[in-house]
Design a protein around this ligand. Structure first.
Ligand code: THU
Length: 164
């Protein structure tokens, strides 16, 4: 059986100073989202094991599939700059400020889950997913393998890499 454990918090006071910095970085990155087609601004901040933080936001394109989600922009940016440092967490948020009636927690799309899972697999370390809701609400999922059970991993490809 697959279970997803989601921890729900109403306040940031349950979190460390470093985690609060990560949340602030994710929220700050909303301002640079480029979402003229959906008007759905998303931002993410990746927390690396060396303490550094890399921000990203969704980048849309008139040819829709050419755009990219905030989570992937942030993770690819972090990996492009520091390929040998494991991500320990990623915070994700959407533009609640401009939509006061919207109060749902937003969770990463399937493609982003697969990309987060790839970096867990690469570094053999869990990545904590912080979903920042409206105000100071936070949902925490401790590892992507909970959000993406029975995931497709690169291990499978190893058995096929040499032609028989
Ligand atoms: N989006 C993200 O940035 N992250 C997700 O996990 C879900 C969707 C973006 C992509 C697109 O720019 C907009 O939200 C609408 O799908």
């Amino acid at each position: 059986m697959c279970e997803c454990h989601v921890e729900l918090y109403d306040h940031y006071n349950s979190f460390s100073e470093a985690e609060r910095q990560l949340f602030a970085a994710a929220k700050a990155a909303l301002h640079n989202a480029y979402a003229p087609y959906s008007n759905f601004q998303v931002a993410a901040a990746v927390w690396l094991s060396d303490g550094s933080i890399y921000q990203g936001n969704n980048q849309e394109n008139a040819a829709y599939p050419s755009g990219l989600c905030a989570e992937r922009v942030a993770l690819f940016y972090a990996s492009a700059i520091k390929p040998d440092i494991a991500p320990r967490g990623i915070a994700v948020t959407v533009n609640y400020e401009h939509h006061p009636d919207f109060d749902q927690i937003v969770s990463p799309c399937g493609g982003c889950r697969q990309v987060i899972a790839e970096y867990e697999h690469k570094f053999k370390q869990p990545i904590c997913i912080y979903l920042l809701g409206s105000g100071t609400k936070v949902a925490v999922i401790r590892t992507m393998s909970e959000l993406l059970p029975l995931l497709f991993s690169g291990d499978v490809l190893k058995s096929f890499s040499t032609p028989k």
